[in-house]
Design a protein around this ligand. Structure first.
Ligand SMILES: O=C(O)[C@H](O)[C@@H](O)[C@H](O)[C@H](O)COP(=O)(O)O
Length: 239
């Protein structure tokens, strides 16, 4: 059973800065141990705020970005330049680290092929890279969803594929691609990000159940460590 820690920061801005600093040192340690690092990015406000803080952090280049592979935990299945895509919303961070050699692996965009085909392509990319995730970032939704795995939704039960297509997502847009629950669980470290009073119920629920159908955020733990990175308002319902 991996270690599980809850870290609480004053507000969303401090959470993003502290998580960015933590990510830098965690990647530096991973590279010292294994020479490279695989990071899985997440969409959403907290995930994007972390990436913005990381891009601007004075210690950013303590990381050897030429030995970093960047993946995504989920993606909105939209045309490549759609501003709603997670990879598009991460553009400022990607533009900062791409010149430093970071290997960037966006999930496929909607090019007219099916999201199912796109999911298979991404699964193949992951397999060919032999990626073992060092840090998997997950924003937590107000319904305790993570990636594009939603409570009571079929995708949360899919275990036969590394990457799945998601239809009728409760969070728009409706069509997405997501790492499956078993794939999320392969990460050495899982970092769950939640800030704002609208996340307090989800955090409290996820901290009381491992049932993925009830609270996907409670069902994802890292093989080595699970971190809950919260701001104070997101802890309001914790006993
Ligand atoms: O594609 C997405 O929408 C995200 O990957 C999703 O899983 C997000 O991380 C959560 O919904 C939290 O989003 P917020 O941080 O904006 O609440």
């Amino acid at each position: 059973m991996s270690a599980e820690t809850v870290l609480v920061h004053r507000d969303p801005a401090l959470l993003a800065e502290a998580a960015a600093a933590r990510l830098i040192t965690t990647v530096v340690d991973a590279q010292a141990a294994r020479g490279s690092a695989h990071l899985v990015l997440t969409g959403g406000r907290n995930g994007n705020a972390l990436l913005a803080a990381l891009a601007a952090h004075p210690a950013r280049d303590a990381v050897d970005w030429a030995q970093v592979d960047l993946w995504w935990g989920d993606e909105r299945y939209l045309p490549a330049d759609d501003p709603e895509r997670n990879a598009v919303q991460a553009a400022a961070f990607l533009d900062a680290v791409r010149p430093l050699g970071a290997r960037i692996h966006p999930m496929p965009a909607d090019d007219g092929s099916s999201p199912e085909d796109a999911a298979v392509r991404y699964a193949t990319n992951l397999a060919e890279a032999g990626a073992v995730f060092d840090v998997l970032l997950l924003g937590v939704g107000p319904d305790a969803h993570v990636a594009s795995l939603f409570p009571g939704h079929p995708g949360v039960h899919e275990t036969g594929s590394t990457v799945i297509a998601v239809h009728d997502s409760p969070k728009p847009p409706p069509t997405r691609i997501s790492l499956s629950l078993p794939t999320l669980r392969t990460a050495r470290q899982v970092w769950l990000l939640a800030a704002g009073p609208d996340k307090a119920d989800a955090v409290a629920l996820a901290r009381t159940t491992r049932d993925a159908n009830t609270a996907p955020a409670g069902a994802v733990t890292g093989t080595e460590q699970t971190l809950w990175l919260l701001d104070e308002s997101a802890t309001a319902k914790l006993s």
